[in-house]
Design a protein around this ligand. Structure first.
Ligand code: PMT
Length: 404
């Protein structure tokens, strides 16, 4: 059970272990023990309800630290500073994490010490959800998990099996050794393999104004480009993310430059590219923009409206022309003749490889959390199955590393 020999990145790390009110709280004792055996320092923060499931005495004994539950000690008025806890921690692991606590994390509710610590935490946060199968499957819980993942909270997927309710399904907290291995992986040196490198990533949709009210744009959410930026930063690269309009938060450790139009994206990307080791062109950039944007709201009339469009400048083509020894990765979003079109872009824009996604594939392309891509270069094509955009990003960055 105790697989601490594989968890050699945890020595000396400060782990804030949050425990919430779930029957799975008993497993937090083993999580704590595994962390300690791997050499981590552990400070436990519990919700009031968690104390009903596992005693503070057990957790204090295992963690070798007093347990924190309240904002202050009613006996002597000593203040438990959530800000200091947030600064102290190298990782905030919440195991088990109930549906209630995760919903509050999403909503920014701060009605206990664990939640205020979450809002103050500057370190990576990981949750190990634990609940009944219907609670887990409920759209509210699933949406909250997606929002947390978008905010870069690590999620240790719950397992399938018999639940405390007697029902069988998905919702039981992952096993302690899996949870500790997940945290260990966060500190993996392998992920620092791009230290000293600098990449420019474009992401999201551009906005081309017609007048102060209307614009031309597309369906890109930015998720694919943000996942790539996050993966590059996780491996130690410096990342300049030139981002069109999106609702996403900037990934940790990434420098974001916000732009609106294709012209603005062009300027910002070319500027950052000059001092970089390469780029990933993931944005859905408008190919055409209104010849001129009206400075007042266009009034409607009974006639049809004709808007003249001019070509925008091609960012990737410019970067390709100035590539030198840099690594340049492009995307091709196609609806037909996919491979031919992607290969033509690969060569025209001097990409080292191109990531082809087709809107003909279910679960691929815009907006969703998944993508189905093929990585194409001069030597051939590697088809990847449908997977999360985060996993696609891992494959893309792995291929980039192999070419550096
Ligand atoms: O953001 P999401 O919702 O997660 O969706 C992801 C995505 C579908 C937007 C992404 O996976 C993707 O395919 N991005 C590229 C979309 C696109 O515009 O492809 P394209 O085939 O039209 O362009 C080819 C390449 O040239 C792309 O790398 C593009 O970024 C680049 N380009 C295009 C036009 C232009 N003016 N400048 C460019 O740099």
């Amino acid at each position: 059970m105790e697989q601490t020999n594989a968890c050699n990145n945890l020595k000396g790390r400060h782990i804030l272990l949050g425990i919430t009110g779930s029957i799975a709280a008993y497993k937090a004792a083993m999580v704590c023990r595994l962390l300690k055996t791997a050499g981590a320092e552990v400070q436990v923060v519990m919700t009031a309800l968690a104390k009903e499931f596992i005693t503070p005495l057990t957790m204090a004994t295992l963690s070798k630290n007093p347990i924190l539950v309240e904002f202050f000690d009613p006996e002597n008025g000593q203040w438990n500073s959530h800000v200091k806890l947030g600064e102290w921690a190298d990782c905030f692991l919440i195991a088990p994490a109930t549906a209630n606590t995760m919903a509050k994390m999403v909503g920014g509710i701060a009605d206990n010490l664990l939640l205020t610590s979450y809002l103050s935490a500057r370190c990576p946060v990981v949750v190990a959800p634990a609940m009944d199968l219907d609670m887990y499957a409920h759209p509210a819980t699933q949406q909250n998990l997606r929002i947390l993942a978008d905010r870069h909270v690590g999620i240790v997927e719950p397992g399938d099996g018999e639940l405390a309710s007697g029902l069988v399904g998905k919702g039981r907290m992952a096993e302690p050794d899996e949870i500790v291995a997940f945290v260990n992986e966060l500190f993996s040196e392998k992920k620092k393999s791009l230290e000293g490198k600098h990449f420019v990533v474009t992401a999201g949709a551009t906005i081309e104004s017609i007048d102060p009210v209307r614009f031309i744009s597309n369906h890109s959410s930015g998720k694919m480009g943000y996942a790539i930026s996050e993966e590059l930063a996780r491996r130690g690269a410096r990342v300049t993310l030139v981002s069109g309009r999106t609702a996403l938060d900037c990934p940790p450790g990434v420098d974001r430059v916000d732009v609106l139009s294709a012209d603005e994206m062009y300027e910002a990307t070319v500027e950052a590219y000059g001092r970089s080791d390469g780029g990933v062109m993931c944005a859905a950039v408008a190919d055409y923009t209104p010849l001129e944007a009206a400075d007042h709201k266009l009034k409607k009339s009974d006639d049809d409206l004709v808007i003249r469009l001019r070509r925008t400048r091609d960012i990737a083509a410019r970067l390709g022309a100035e590539k030198g020894s840099r690594l340049l990765v492009g995307f091709a979003l196609e609806t037909d003749h996919e491979e031919v079109n992607a290969e033509s872009k690969l060569h025209k824009k001097h990409f080292d490889f191109i990531v082809l996604n087709s809107l003909r594939d279910a679960g691929a392309g815009f907006r969703g959390d998944t993508n189905k891509v093929a990585l194409i270069d001069d030597h051939g094509r590697e088809d990847l199955p449908l997977m999360s955009k985060r996993d696609v990003a891992v494959h893309i960055v792995d291929k980039m590393e192999s070419l550096l």
